[in-house]
Design a protein around this ligand. Structure first.
Ligand code: ADP
Ligand code: MG
Length: 255
């Protein structure tokens, strides 16, 4: 039984089928790349899974329970959490408080105990939990810095820390290294890799940067015009004639 089961998922915006009959299975502990040209429907897919948009048709099951049609907050409580580019970071709060506040909303679930130790309760304990998350993502040295003062790359990593504080079981990352320099990209890539390898986190990664996707993900799904075009290992994807024709032909994929 896959952790996330999507069947016949369709999302229309007026006359446009942004997602058109997608079936997708994500296994627990998997790290799945989702790629496709601009406008293919990748962000819409995340928005529908996380409840930002209701599907036009189709069903989404998470841990064997139907989540399609539920509100974003309920879906997040169930553990399917997406990161946003900037929205989640509160700029007037310091780094630690950003993570502590996110953790308050979800202070009594069990998965974080598995991930970061059995800690809950008082404000001190909440801060301790937040510090563990900050240590994990490499932001602990900046814990008392105002979020607004962080470099772009660190702000994006803080976005991940905030998402982690909500105790996700499935983490959906939409272009996490977009706009990052080489150093920032390496840091983010390492954080994502370690979440997968050390914490066993289930991750869906939408990413434009092919090098990042191909280096992190063992399985990749290609979406084109709202439909699933191909699925397989990075090497299968890179050699799939349909993918090359629809998407990769003009891109530098072999790095
Ligand atoms: N809220 C919306 N209203 C209308 N059209 C939308 C909306 N969100 C996305 N779209 C359209 O849906 C298609 C898929 O967009 P998106 O999911 O953002 O693609 P991707 O993330 O793969 O670049 C695009 O044609 C886009 O213009
Ligand atoms: Mg997008």
């Amino acid at each position: 039984m896959a952790m996330l089961e999507i069947r016949g998922l369709t999302k229309h915006f007026g006359g446009l089928a942004a997602i058109n009959g997608i079936d997708l299975d994500i296994e627990e502990g998997e790290i799945r790349g989702v790629i496709g040209p601009n406008g293919a429907g990748k962000t819409t897919l995340f928005n529908v899974i996380s409840g930002v948009y209701r599907p036009t048709s189709g069903v989404i099951r998470f841990n064997n329970e139907k989540i399609s049609g539920l509100s974003p907050s309920v879906i997040a409580t169930r553990g399917a959490v997406r990161t946003f580019q900037r929205d989640a970071v509160i700029h007037d709060f310091d780094v630690l408080r950003n993570v502590t506040v996110a953790g308050h909303l979800h202070s009594d679930q069990s998965i974080i105990k598995t991930l970061f130790g059995d800690i809950k309760g008082s404000r001190e304990k909440d801060e301790e939990k937040a510090m563990k998350i900050l240590e994990f993502v490499g932001l602990d040295h900046l814990c008392h810095e105002l979020a607004a003062n962080l470099a772009h790359g660190f702000q994006r990593v803080l976005g991940i820390a905030i998402a982690l504080a909500t105790e996700p079981r499935l983490l959906m990352l939409d272009e996490p290294v977009a706009g990052m320099n080489t150093t920032e990209t390496a840091h983010m890539t390492e954080v994502i890799n370690r979440l997968h390898e050390e914490k066993g986190m289930t991750i869906m990664l939408v990413e434009h940067d092919m090098k990042t996707v191909m280096s992190i993900c063992k399985k990749v799904t290609v979406i084109d015009f709202g439909e699933k075009l191909a699925e397989g290992s990075p090497s299968e994807i890179m050699n799939d004639p349909k993918v090359i024709e629809a998407y990769l032909g003009a891109e530098e994929i072999v790095t």
